[in-house]
Each structure stands twice: as C-alpha cells, then as structure tokens.
Design a protein around this ligand. Structure first.
Ligand code: GLU
Length: 395
C-alpha cells in the first residue's frame, strides 16, 4: 500500500484531532450490531495467500462478540488474491475478465474458509455477494436489506463481498471500504470496524516522519482531510485511506461509530468494541438520516449532475431548501426522473446527492426558469422543484 494513502499532514487535521487517550464519545456497552471489514492485507498478512492461523484468530474474535450477544457481519476482501493463489499465480494480463475469473475461483475458496472457521464455534454463515446494481433502486435496496436482516434475525453471520465475478465497472461499488459502509447502512449497524494493515489515520507518514501521530478521533471529515488522504492502490486489495474516509463519512451519517484499526493487533475487535482507544475513531452523527435518505447516501449511484448558482448554494446548504429550476445553470449527463444525481457549485464542488424530479432532457429545458413557467416550457409539470429537500442529502 502506498504510504501516501495512509496519512495526512498535521496542519490539515489539527483542528480535528482529539489528543486525549480516553474516548469520551464511544458507547462501548451499547453496540448491538457490528460490521467488521477485513482487508486483503489483513487476511493474507501481506503475503500472496491467506494467513490461515491469523484468519482463525480473527474468527475467534468475531465469535467472542457473537457469543456476547452482538450481531456480527463480516465484509471480506481477498477473493481475487485467493483465486490467484489457487491457480498457482497464472501469468495472465490484469484484464477485467481475468480478474472476474480469479474472483470466481477465489470467492468459493474464501467462503469455504470462513464457513470452516466459524463452524469451530457452531456459528452458521451465509454468503451475500452484492454489486451497486443490487441496491441502486430503492426496491432492490430494500430487498437486500431484508435478506441481510433475516440472516441476523436467525443468528447467522452474513459474509459479504462484492460480486466480483460478474461486476463490471458500471455496476461496481468498487472497493470493500465503501461496500462495508453500504453493508453497515443496510444492516443498521452501530459500529463499523475497518481492519487494515495500519494502526489508523496518521498526521504524517509514520515510516518517514518520526513525529507522526496516530489520530485518535476525527470529528469532521473536511475537504482538507479528504484531499490529503489522496488516491488509493494497495498491493493486493483496492482500498486505501481515501476510500476509508468515504466509508467512514457514509457509515457515521447512517448512525454507526467507525473505527479504522490494525487487523494484526492482538484482540483488536474486542478492544474496539470495549471502547479502548485503539485506531482512529469517527464518532457517529447523533441524529442519523432517515431510511429514505440512507438509501440516497449509501445505496444509490448518481447518474448525472447539475450545477447551481450561488443563490441556490445558499438556499440548499444554509437554509435547507429544495432546489428550484431557477437556481440551475447547467445539466450534465443523462438521467431519468427518479434517478440520483449530484448537485454541484460553479467550481464543480459536490454539495449534495438527490433524486431528480425531472429527467435530464426536461431539466435542460427548464434551466434558470421560474417554477411557474415549467408547464409552459415542457407542456407538463411534476411540481415546482427540481430536487426536493426530502430527497436530498448534503455532502
Ligand atoms: N472484492 C475484492 C476481492 O475480494 C476486494 C476489494 C477491496 O479490497 O476493496 O478481492
């Protein structure tokens, strides 16, 4: 994993850091439902194959939480790496089809291992393989949510991965950090643990900067933090710190505490659940969004974007208003009425995600006009707003 993906500079986060070692915000005794995301580097210990003794220990830790009455959801990476190992590291190009083939081979092997190790504790597991396609429409999102919650009702540990064998770029979630945030939202989890090969988020690169400090707690995921977390590519998995921040941002708004921690620290899952100050905590937002907005936040993938003027930015961001056609200056991309779109300011900064009340064709025709004139422009009207405030979530 690139070191630059794993730290940010001290200046950018100084207002964001809680330097105390005791976590006042964590609600350790209250966790009822936890999602644990295991990065490829955690399951392989950085080698090209599964580290079975370590995986057994991770399952033991999950089982311990399960036995204490908590619902446990596993979000696993590693399918492609395991497939590559199973086939003896074939010398093949990194094409989509080849990776799909490796994932198909690796996923079944990976699942066998989760099943075998949970069986030691008499715990049943159930596999769910998701893509963005499975949650992009509200009805499918609700179906996926029902399946997941039914497994939990029957005290089964869901083991979830992206359906890499069939997923192509357009329908992918893309990385398991964001997948785990989606899963956390679907499950109604109150804790998401992102286990990785780093102790958490640092103020600088700990490998080159001896003054680098582990950030114990992040209250605000602001633009500086996002910019400094940078892009992501690790040796075996996909996610880096940027995708972890995205995941944390989604899951905490949906009502879960999020902790990034090192999957190789002893008893890490139990320690996080107990509220020990390990890793980096992103405390949940106290008033999480309602179910409809959770889907907009985590499930839907925007298909287009509209640019708005300064007056609309103020109306949306400061006054909590709906977006009217009068505030729109540009429509980009093709979308239908009911699709999710991004709303951005003149500089291209994303402000909100919301559901379009008009298609992109219609929206283009009503750019900048007063709502009373919509009908005369289009010959019909679905009401005065382009995106209603109830269908919108600020970013
Ligand atoms: N779904 C991928 C796999 O199982 C991992 C994606 C990720 O690491 O973010 O290989």
């Amino acid at each position: 994993m690139k070191s630059s993906d794993l730290y940010c500079t001290e200046t950018a986060v100084s207002t964001n850091i809680n330097h105390t070692t005791k976590r006042s915000t964590i609600r350790e005794t209250m966790y009822k439902r936890i999602v644990v995301k295991f990065g490829t580097s955690v399951l392989t210990s950085g080698s090209p194959q599964l580290d079975h003794p370590h995986m057994v220990d991770l399952v033991r830790q999950c089982a311990e939480q399960y036995q204490q009455g908590r619902d446990v959801v596993v979000c696993t990476s590693g399918a492609i790496a395991v497939g590559r190992h199973r086939l003896g590291f074939p010398n093949i190009p990194n094409t989509v089809n080849n990776k799909q083939m490796l994932a198909a081979v690796g996923q079944s092997r990976l699942m066998q291992m989760w099943e075998r190790y949970f069986e030691i504790y008499g715990i049943h597991v159930g596999q769910i393989l998701l893509t963005r396609f499975d949650v992009n429409h509200r009805s499918r999102y609700l179906n996926a949510r029902d399946t997941l919650r039914k497994l939990l009702e029957f005290r089964i540990v869901p083991v979830i991965n992206e359906n890499d064998a069939v997923a192509v770029e357009e329908i992918k979630v893309g990385d398991n950090d964001n997948l785990s945030a989606l899963v956390s939202t679907l499950a109604g989890a109150d804790l998401l643990i992102l286990l990785t090969d780093q102790k958490g988020l640092y103020t600088a690169d700990p490998r080159s900067n001896p003054d680098a400090q582990l950030i114990s707690e992040v209250q605000t995921i602001d633009d500086d933090l996002k910019a400094l977390a940078g892009g992501s590519v690790s040796g075996l998995g996909i996610g880096g710190m940027a995708t972890k921040l995205q995941a944390a941002d989604i899951a905490r708004r949906a009502g879960a505490d999020v902790v990034i921690a090192d999957g190789h620290e002893p008893n890490i899952i139990e320690r996080v659940c107990r509220g020990e100050s390990v890793g980096t905590l992103f405390p949940r937002i106290e008033q999480p969004v309602d179910n409809h907005k959770k889907w907009i936040l985590a499930g839907s993938k925007p298909t287009g974007r509209i640019t708005v003027d300064a007056g609309a930015v103020k109306a949306l961001c400061e006054n909590g208003r709906s977006l009217l056609p009068a505030g729109i200056t540009q429509v980009v991309g093709s979308f239908q009425r009911g699709d999710t779109i991004y709303i951005q300011d003149q500089s291209g900064k994303e402000l909100a995600k919301g559901i379009a009340r008009y298609s992109s064709d219609a929206m283009t025709q009503i750019v900048g006009i007063q709502s009373d004139d919509i009908e005369s422009h289009l010959g019909y009207a679905y009401g005065p707003v382009a995106v209603h405030r109830n269908d919108m979530i600020l970013i």
